[in-house]
Design a protein around this ligand. Structure first.
Ligand SMILES: [Zn+2]
Length: 321
C-alpha cells in the first residue's frame, strides 16, 4: 500500500453509442494533476465548458446520474466513475462531444480494459479517506422501503438488496461483498445494465433509449424473462449492476470510504443522497489523510491493481470475451 493519488499515464480515446441519443459519441480521458478530481469537458459546445463531477454537481438521477446543469450536462457517468474506483484513479479530465457517456457493453469492464492499455501514474500528493464513526441513514420519503445506510466497520463492505416485484426474472436478490478495488474489478465490473421490455415503449415515446440494444443491456420481459440469447453473465448480475452503479455514484466523493454500506431497493437518487449525507454529517464521520503507521488499518481501501494482470481474468473475461 502507498497512499498516493493516481491518474492515467496517458490519454485514452474511444467512441461508442449513447444509449438514449443513439448518437456515436467520442471521448478522450486525459491524465490530470493531483487534487483535480474528475472534470468533464463538453467539447461540442461553444467555449468547451467544464463540469466538475462531484456530489453537488448531480442534478438529475432519473435513469442515470447526470451532472452539470440543464444547459451543460453529461449523463450516464456512473459506469465510468465505478471503473475509476476499480483502478484507483483519483484525477482525470473526460473530454466528450455529447451530453451522455457511450454505453459500451452496459458495464464498467470496457473502461478497465482501456485504463489497462495506458497504465497508471502515481502522483506526489496523498489521498484523503472517509471513516464512518456513527450510522448515517437516508430514506426515500415517498417509499420508506427504499433506504440506504452506512455503518462503522473495520472492513469496507457493501450490501445491496433489490426487489423487482414487477419482473420475476429479476425478483429479489441480495449480495454482501468487500467494498475494495480488487473486489469491484473481479466481482462487479462486468455486470450490465438492464431494462424491462415493457418500459421501452414509454422510453421511446419520450425520445429515449434510441441506442439501446441487447449489445449494451440485459433486456427482461415480464412474461418471457431474460431476452438476451447468451443469457446472464452471472446469476446475480442484476444486483451486481446496482452495486456497480452505487460504487460509481459514491466515487464522486473522491475518497475511499471505510464503512459498511447497506442499500435496500436504492437507486441513483439514494446513492447521491447518502453521499451528500456523508459530507454533511460531520459528527458521524472523519476525513483524514492516513499516516504510514495506519497502513494496516486502511490497507483494504488503499490497495489498487497496477494492471488487470492482478485481476482474476476468468471473471473479467466474462465481459471482454
Ligand atoms: Zn448502471
Amino acid at each position: 500500500m502507498s497512499n498516493f493519488q493516481r491518474t492515467l499515464k496517458r490519454s485514452v480515446s474511444f467512441s461508442g453509442v449513447g444509449v438514449h441519443s443513439g448518437s456515436v459519441i467520442s471521448v478522450e480521458i486525459r491524465p490530470a494533476s493531483a487534487n483535480t478530481g474528475f472534470i468533464f469537458q463538453r467539447t461540442d459546445l461553444p467555449n468547451k465548458p467544464y463540469i466538475k463531477a462531484d456530489i453537488d454537481s448531480v442534478f438529475d438521477t432519473t435513469l442515470a446520474t447526470r451532472i452539470g446543469s440543464p444547459a451543460v450536462s453529461v449523463s450516464t457517468i456512473e459506469h465510468l466513475m465505478a471503473a475509476f474506483f476499480g483502478f484507483g484513479i483519483d484525477n482525470a479530465i473526460v473530454a466528450i462531444n455529447n451530453s451522455e457517456m457511450p454505453i459500451l457493453d452496459g458495464s464498467s469492464a470496457p473502461f478497465l480494459t482501456l485504463f489497462d492499455e495506458v497504465g497508471v501514474e502515481v502522483l506526489k500528493e496523498p489521498r484523503k479517506v472517509v471513516v464512518i464513526d456513527k450510522v448515517i441513514e437516508v430514506v426515500d420519503e415517498k417509499n420508506p422501503t427504499r433506504f440506504m445506510r452506512i455503518e462503522p466497520s473495520k472492513k469496507p463492505l457493501i450490501t445491496y438488496v433489490i426487489d423487482f416485484e414487477r419482473a420475476a426474472a429479476i425478483g429479489r436478490q441480495n449480495i454482501s461483498m468487500h467494498y475494495t478495488a480488487k473486489s469491484f474489478c473481479e466481482e462487479f465490473s462486468f455486470a450490465r445494465t438492464f431494462c424491462l421490455k415493457e418500459d421501452i415503449e414509454l422510453m421511446y415515446s419520450k425520445g429515449l433509449a434510441k441506442g439501446g440494444s441487447m449489445e449494451n443491456a440485459i433486456l427482461v420481459s415480464k412474461t418471457e424473462g431474460v431476452m438476451n440469447r447468451q443469457g446472464l453473465r452471472h446469476e446475480q448480475e442484476f444486483v451486481k449492476h446496482k452495486t456497480l452503479d452505487c460504487i460509481g455514484d459514491l466515487h464522486m466523493l473522491g475518497m475511499p470510504i471505510l464503512g459498511h454500506i447497506i442499500a435496500h431497493k436504492a437507486g441513483h437518487d439514494l446513492h447521491n443522497k447518502l453521499a451528500r449525507a456523508i459530507l454533511a454529517e460531520v459528527s458521524c464521520r472523519s476525513i483524514i489523510v492516513p499516516s504510514a503507521k495506519e497502513e494496516a488499518r486502511f490497507k483494504a481501501i488503499l490497495s489498487f491493481p497496477k494492471s488487470l494482470s492482478e485481476i482474476d481474468r476468468n471473471l473479467i473475461g466474462l465481459a471482454v470475451g
